[in-house]
Every structure is written in structure tokens, then in C-alpha cells.
Design a protein around this ligand. Structure first.
Ligand SMILES: *Cc1c(COP(=O)(O)O)cnc(C)c1O
Length: 226
């Protein structure tokens, strides 16, 4: 079990690593109790990321209202409505259909919701994320027929789960390059590809070196998940 001290120390450590590049530290609290979120909050942490809708809603209700909540898990369209009222950033847009639903639900309550496109960069087979062609289609669609209540503010990716640092560095560099290329090509008021969300507990250093603007750290702050 993490204590106030271990959590505070970890947050201070990672905040320091992020400081030189002005990278945002996100504490990934999935599958951890709200009590752990509060310990991190007391240590000064304000940005938290969650993977499951019901868990996020429960923690939103249990925690101080100045927390910035990021959604980083696979999001089903029928659950979008539960998080749209309060979510700070949805990082895991993996289809046009999902983006449409976010815009629709946001429109109902008069919000504009910031999102990232989740790009598939790993060599291994994972289920979620857009390939280049799908991501380009979404960006082109937003230029030609913009959805009114979303803003695409960057890209998110998960590298391969491997000890091969060269492989991971290559994947992060590829994501960084896409951001630069696509920011040139797809120009619209609702597209501002400023964020590059990449880096987790095991590959944070490589992500920072590749220009990450947001790292998502779970295990290294809260301990292993059961
Ligand atoms: C769980 C998760 C993380 C955090 O992973 P750790 O290895 O615990 O740091 C980061 N990003 C995503 C998308 C996750 O699902």
C-alpha cells in the first residue's frame, strides 16, 4: 500500500523530471481507490487519468472539483454522456463515430470538449488506436465538415511493451513526426495539435527525449495494480 510519503516522493521526483521540458505529469489512478487520489492531491498533483467510465465518475464525485480529469481508456459511445460534463481531456479517440458522439453530447450541454487522437504506434497487436490513414481521414473531415463541439488538441500513443529501447524511441519519434506533419496539413480553428501524450512508468525517459508534452504515470506513483 502506498503511503502519503511514498506518493508525495514519487510525484516530486516525476514532476522534477518533467520540469525542464515543461511536460505535464498525469497521475494514472485507474484501479486505485479515491483515497490514493486524495493523497496525491494533497501532494499537489492536479491532473489525473482514468481508464474506466464508472470509476472515473465515482472518483470525480469523491474528489475536489479543481482536479483535471483525463480519460485514457477505450471509450464506448454509449458511455460518452457520463463524462462529457466534467472531463478535461479525452485522450483516446479511436474512431470518427466516437468523435461524433463526443461532439453531440457536448453540444447538448453547451461545452466544447478537447480531445486527442489515439494513434496506433506499437509493433505488437493491440486492439485500439487509429492507423495513419484513419487519423488523416478524421483530421480532413474536421477541416471539411467540422464537428462543432470538439477541439482536436494533439495525439496520444502507447509504445510497444518491450525492453528494446531503440524500438520504443523509434515509435515515439514517429508519433512526434506525425504531429508536426499533420499540424502543417490540417488547418482549422478546431485543430491545434499542440499536445503529444506519450510515456508511461517504464518508458518515460525516452518519451521526454522525444518531445512528449504529457506523460501518463501510474505504477511508479501508486504502485502495482492488482
Ligand atoms: C495504465 C495506463 C498508463 C499507466 O501505465 P503505468 O505503466 O502504470 O505507468 C498509461 N497510459 C495508458 C493508456 C494506460 O492505460
Amino acid at each position: 500500500m502506498p503511503t502519503q510519503k511514498t506518493i508525495a516522493n514519487a510525484i516530486a521526483h516525476y514532476a522534477n523530471l518533467c520540469h525542464p521540458t515543461d511536460t505535464q505529469l498525469l497521475a494514472v489512478s485507474k484501479l486505485k481507490p479515491a483515497a490514493d487520489v486524495l493523497l496525491a492531491y494533497e501532494a499537489g498533483q492536479r491532473h489525473f487519468a482514468e481508464n474506466y467510465v464508472q470509476e472515473l465518475v465515482d472518483k470525480y464525485e469523491a474528489c475536489p472539483k479543481d482536479v483535471f480529469w483525463h480519460f485514457i481508456g477505450h471509450l464506448q459511445s454509449n458511455k460518452v454522456k457520463y463524462i462529457v460534463p466534467f472531463v478535461h481531456l479525452i485522450q483516446s479517440i479511436d474512431s470518427q463515430k466516437l468523435l461524433q458522439e463526443v461532439s453531440k453530447q457536448a453540444q447538448k450541454i453547451g461545452r466544447v470538449v478537447d480531445v486527442l487522437l489515439q494513434i496506433y504506434i506499437a509493433a505488437e497487436d493491440t486492439k485500439f488506436g487509429l492507423d495513419d490513414q484513419e487519423a488523416r481521414q478524421i483530421l480532413a473531415g474536421q477541416v471539411m465538415h467540422p464537428l462543432p463541439n470538439i477541439r482536436i488538441v494533439g495525439l496520444m500513443g502507447m509504445a510497444s511493451f518491450t525492453d528494446d529501447k531503440e524500438q520504443v524511441a523509434k515509435e515515439f519519434a514517429g508519433l512526434a513526426e506525425r504531429r508536426t506533419d499533420w499540424a502543417d496539413v490540417y488547418q482549422h480553428d478546431s485543430i491545434d495539435l499542440r499536445e503529444l501524450s506519450m510515456g508511461m512508468s517504464q518508458d518515460l525517459d525516452l518519451a521526454l527525449a522525444a518531445g512528449s508534452t504529457m506523460v501518463r504515470i501510474g505504477t511508479a506513483i501508486f504502485g502495482a495494480r492488482s
